[in-house]
Design a protein around this ligand. Sequence first.
Ligand code: TIU
Length: 262
Amino acid sequence: MTSMLGFEQEPAAVVAAEPYPFCLAPATTALVIIDMQRDFLEPGGFGEGLGNDVSLLQRVVAPLQRVLAAARASRMLVIHTREGHRSDMSDCPPSKAARGRLDLRIGSPGPKGRVLIRGELGHGIVDELAPADGEVVLDKPGKGAFYATDLELLLRNRGITSLIVTGVTTEVCVHTTVREANDRGFECLVLSDCVGSYFPEFQRVGLAMIAAQGGIFGWVAPSRALLDALLLDDSDAVGVSAGGAVPAHLGVPAEQSANQGD
Ligand code: TIU
């Protein structure tokens, strides 16, 4: 099947999601893993230093490991991002450098090296989700993964139209990235158990905001729904590919631009 953009697509998978099912083809989908860095997730990092309970973020690791394995098995493009700055902080706006606490800011020394500085231990991705050879590792100076990076170029060159967005934190770097992606025409599925916040109410509301108003920024689903969809048997998948239709029991439009509510 050829997409509207002219890229050849593999048979689609259909993910049970809010506000309605999300259709994806692995060849045109990227798994984006936002900032699963020691500074945000581990004791002794920046997040804990600011008084946050990092166990709320660590919950994300196990389900995200399963999604990463499935994405690799499906041969999806995998992109790992890292928030951080050059050691001289010349790429860190003074307004950002001033945030945090007087004694703990970006660039401050800590148990995991200088906070959010490239090359320091705390800036690295947690061992459980270590990038594999050939996967993209994207260093970003901002909260959004598109700001001041070549992410859009990488995605367009690969014919990527859909993003599965995961990582931390839900209301900060995940949300910013989803908004940036949505404005650029990428369709985003956010996996609810693969994104994490230090604040339970922000997690709940952050996810609700994405899928509200008919999917104003994107779709939300638990990772189980994605894993189930990627394991669709051939007859279901071929139905999508050949006929442009999706399995009838899911009742979804062939194109996600067609809203279920219409
Ligand atoms: N990656 C990311 O979300 N960066 C943050 O600074 N998040 C906070 O919630 N602080």
